[in-house]
Design a protein around this ligand. Structure first.
Ligand SMILES: [Zn+2]
Ligand SMILES: [Zn+2]
Length: 289
């Protein structure tokens, strides 16, 4: 059982449309510096079953990445995954569903787990509603706090988090395998707004993939601090430093904005987080469960 990282960038990816700064110009010249949008796959290696968490604008390339994993059995082309789990209705997290519609693969009842509010958003708004009415996707209910058993020894429990919830609510996932628990929380408002403080949320987890959208306020000189509605990487380091140093928790950042200097492996910011024992998630890497 494993979690495979399929992308690590914020909703706009890297290079980012409309950015001509070095962060994105470098990535345009060097494909190795490109980053796909934040997503992971949950894989049951023995049976080859797999589920993808969030359906990003990079979805087709991310399916290719998943299928290139030599440890996963080959599947029929149209059966590249056993379902999707969605965190919320921001474009980086569900817009890839367009590929399941009539214009592309016209999927047959692809299971899509979503909260009631997210499911309602998809059902009531075009073009997503057509996926539901033509049964290209089959919505399955996610209830916060209620585990979904995906396979024997693999369950996923959604938990509600505060976020900019215009269209849907937002969840993170606690993913439980036979050996380890991993918390996937790519997009969230400030940690102090959480109903459960972050250290308590991660108390029984061994791995966490966490919102690393922005590194620090220095990255956002023109933004009003009260309007930055993501935890800063520096704030997460302060909250979890003790557990990471003690070796009881592995933390990798995901959902990095194109401006985040930690995307650059040679940056002082990257060194700062790695010196504290944290990491930036890598596309294609596996976390055993
Ligand atoms: Zn996002
Ligand atoms: Zn979001």
């Amino acid at each position: 059982m494993k979690v495979k990282v399929l992308g690590i960038a914020q909703d706009g990816g890297v290079p980012h449309l409309g950015c001509r700064k070095s962060c994105c110009e470098g990535a345009r010249k060097d494909p190795a510096r490109r980053s796909r949008v934040s997503s992971v796959a949950l894989c049951h290696v023995a049976t080859g079953k797999r589920w993808i968490v969030d359906c990003t604008p990079d979805f087709p390339a991310q399916v290719d990445l998943l299928e290139s994993d030599p440890k996963l059995p080959r599947r029929e082309p149209r059966e590249f995954c056993d379902g999707l789990l969605l965190t919320h209705a921001h474009i980086g997290h569900y817009a890839g569903l367009i590929h399941l519609g009539t214009e592309v693969m016209s999927a047959k009842e692809m299971p899509v787990w979503a909260t009631a509010r997210m499911g309602e958003f998809l059902t009531r708004n075009g073009p997503w509603g057509a996926l539901v009415s033509s049964r290209q996707i089959a919505l399955r209910a996610l209830e916060p706090g209620k585990p979904v058993a995906l396979a024997e020894g693999l369950s996923v429990t959604p938990f509600l988090v505060p976020h900019r919830d215009e269209y849907s609510d937002t969840v993170g996932f606690r993913i439980e395998g036979p050996r380890r628990r991993l918390v996937f929380l790519p997009d969230v408002d400030k940690w102090e707004k959480m109903a459960t403080p972050l250290p308590a949320l991660l108390e029984d987890a061994q791995v966490a993939l966490l919102d690393g959208t922005f590194f620090s306020l220095e990255e956002l000189p023109h933004r009003d601090i009260t309007k930055v509605r993501h935890p800063l990487v520096t704030e997460t380091l302060d909250l979890l430093r003790g557990r990471v140093a003690a070796g009881t928790l592995e933390v990798a950042f995901i959902h990095l904005n194109h401006t985040n200097p930690a995307l650059d492996a040679a940056s002082p910011e990257r060194r700062r987080l790695e010196d504290a024992g944290f990491r930036v998630a890598r596309e294609g890497e596996d976390f055993g469960l």
